[in-house]
Design a protein around this ligand. Structure first.
Ligand code: C2E
Ligand code: CA
Ligand code: CA
Length: 576
């Protein structure tokens, strides 16, 4: 190979290497979403590089293209870009600006670097970095800090900050601030019945509606799932809490229309807590609002409750009771009493209802009507219920043995116990444990267990009845009871609520209802029991109308097991 040929090959190879590394360089720069504008002071020449063309749609070749580049920015940003680009008085070599292009709302950081050669300015490189992704993330974060993503109104945290602002102003000026908490009644039914998507759409629509009420004296927030809140500065005149409540109630008389065409109807409950009476800070108002709401919910739907100090006292004593209750569960401070039930006609003993008793060291007997709801809420009804079940079945087995007498032992079962997966097995296990005949054990349930899941409840009841256990529907007449509904429901016994017994002698409409309940019960083959019978007259009336069984103070109060023995002995003598 000649020398010349060798040198030519070398040059070719070098060129190839150079163009390869150039290509690599270009690729890397484009990959990194970097765009450059290069300017040579010596040649007065502009050039764009990297992904410039891809981003802006043109190349820079001369001064007019640079103007076109400036034109890509929003007018308020354009001057800043220009400044960075042209300023000759840089004390530093870099300058950055966040800017936005006019088309796609993109964000760029622009850094201008000047290159000096022996103190003489030779070149300028303007680096343009697309930071849109970072920006939209931080915008989003900013949004999430203040607004609820579902409804777009203030979230809980920011609402509290703003409400504290209201309170600070009110403190200075001697004004008031009201917090209205809005809780959608039975929202679970909307979600379960129409689906979560409709549920969410409803919350959005309701949120947008509430937002219309917002102005510089009214804050609107989506606090959590189905809870909204209004904060009102100086709630007087047009800004009175009751005024907002009426407005919202009027709106709720009309259904909300979903995109799918479905209509959603709801009612809501309101609580109102005011600065300065209910608290000195937003959090305190929220706490008092929650207490009032808690109380409102126990009264049913569509309630309005204004917080007052009595509510706080009740709440605290409930909390106190709850603490005592856990202590009672741990230290077994319960006992079971038994109340006799008699066949109305023959006045012979039918059996007993087991009723729990709790004697507190300080407060004495605490009524189950008071503590059972708390136990249901915090779950301690499970150990309590198991205790009663075990105790009552064991007691039955003992008495059955001793007096050789078949009677019925009725045991109250809470909906919470009933819902447990192991409930049916649990009951059967106790019955087997004490080796009793299931037909002598009766479970008293209330209609409230049917509300959530009719199918599942009915299935469980059928298993229990097939096993031989009797089912009694307690407090009949106080719930939603309807005839058609009862037909589907596998029960043996109907317990007519005390409220009917109380007023039957002097209230004509009660009499009509009671008579028809007794007829219906008879026709459907249920055994009827009237509870809370206190007088001879009530007894006679019920007996005449064909009520099967009577329970009440007239014939016997609930008593501890030791005192029941007397009844059982009398009974045994009468049967002998
Ligand atoms: P309930 O099941 O309706 O029980 C009847 C309630 O009426 C009992 O109240 C009983 O003492 C009372 N009573 C009976 N006859 C008369 C009467 O002639 N006049 C008056 N004024 N009252 C009468 P108690 O024992 O205070 O129980 C209240 C409620 O607490 C029960 O109502 C029941 O819902 C619940 N409960 C009681 N024991 C248990 C239990 O072991 N488990 C569950 N889950 N709940 C229970
Ligand atoms: Ca009962
Ligand atoms: Ca009852």
């Amino acid at each position: 190979m000649s020398d010349l040929q060798y040198q030519l090959d070398l040059v070719k190879a070098m060129n190839k290497k150079i163009s390869e590394s150039e290509r690599m360089y270009r690729l890397i720069v484009e990959q990194a979403s970097l765009s450059f504008i290069y300017y040579s002071y010596e040649k007065d020449q502009y050039l764009s590089m990297g992904s410039f063309k891809k981003v802006f749609g043109f190349d820079i070749e001369d001064r007019s293209d640079v103007e076109r580049f400036f034109g890509c920015f929003e007018s308020n940003k354009e001057s800043r870009v220009r400044e960075v680009f042209f300023s000759e008085n840089f004390s530093t070599k870099e300058e950055a600006v966040d800017t936005m292009d006019s088309v796609g709302k993109r964000w760029f950081r622009i850094i201008c670097t000047k290159i000096y050669d022996n103190g003489k300015l030779t070149d300028k490189v303007v680096k343009i970095i697309d930071i849109s992704r970072d920006m939209s993330r931080s915008e989003e974060l900013l949004y999430m800090a203040y607004y609820d993503s579902l409804t777009g109104i203030y979230n809980r945290n920011y609402f509290i900050t703003l409400l504290d602002g209201f309170i600070a102003d009110a403190k200075e000026k001697g004004d008031k601030v009201a917090l209205i908490t809005i809780d959608i009644d039975d929202f679970k039914k909307v979600n379960d019945g129409l689906g979560m998507i409709i549920g969410d759409e409803f919350l959005q629509q309701f949120g947008s509606y509430l937002k219309e009420l917002q102005d510089d004296r009214v804050l609107v927030s989506h606090v959590s799932n189905d809870i909204f809140a209004l904060g009102i500065y100086n709630p007087y005149g047009d800004y009175e809490s009751s005024h907002f409540i009426d407005t919202i109630r009027t709106r709720l008389k009309e259904p909300f229309k979903m995109h799918s065409g479905q209509e959603v109807n709801v009612s809501v409950s309101f609580s109102v807590a005011e600065f300065p009476d209910a608290g000195q800070a937003a959090q305190e108002l929220v706490g008092c609002g929650d207490i009032a709401m808690f109380k409102a919910k126990t009264l049913g739907n569509n309630q309005v409750l204004y917080f007052d100090s009595k509510m706080l006292e009740d709440f605290m004593s409930n909390v106190n009771l709850e603490n005592k209750l856990s202590d009672a569960v741990v230290n077994h401070k319960f006992e079971v009493y038994f109340q006799p039930q008699y066949h109305a006609n023959s006045q012979t003993l039918r059996g007993f209802e087991a009723l729990i008793r709790w004697k507190d060291d300080e407060k004495g007997f605490i009524s189950p009507s008071e503590f059972i709801p708390i136990a249901e809420k915090n779950g301690s009804i499970i150990p309590i219920g198991n205790y009663v079940l075990d105790k009552a079945v064991r007691q039955y087995s003992e008495w059955r043995e001793k007096y050789n007498f078949d009677f019925t032992m009725s045991i109250n079962i809470s909906a919470v116990q009933y819902k447990r997966e192991d409930f049916v097995d649990n009951v059967m296990a106790v019955i087997k444990k004490y080796d009793v005949d299931p037909k002598n054990i009766e479970l008293e349930i209330t209609e409230s267990i049917l509300i959530d899941d009719f199918e599942l409840v009915t299935k469980k009841l059928k298993i229990l009845r097939d096993f031989g256990i009797k089912i009694s529907l307690d407090d009949f007449g106080t719930g939603y009871s309807s005839l058609s509904y009862l037909m589907k429901f596998p029960i043996d016994t109907l317990k007519i609520d005390k409220t009917f017994v109380d007023s039957v002698l002097h209230d004509n409409s009660t009499r009509i209802i009671l008579d028809s309940i007794l007829n219906m019960s008879h026709d459907m083959g249920f055994e009827s029991i009237a509870e809370g019978v206190e007088s001879e007259n009530q007894y006679n009336y019920l007996n005449d109308k064909g009520c099967n069984v009577i329970q009440g103070f007239l014939l016997g109060k609930p008593l501890p097991a030791a005192e029941i023995i007397e009844i059982l002995e009398t009974n045994a003598k009468a049967n002998a």
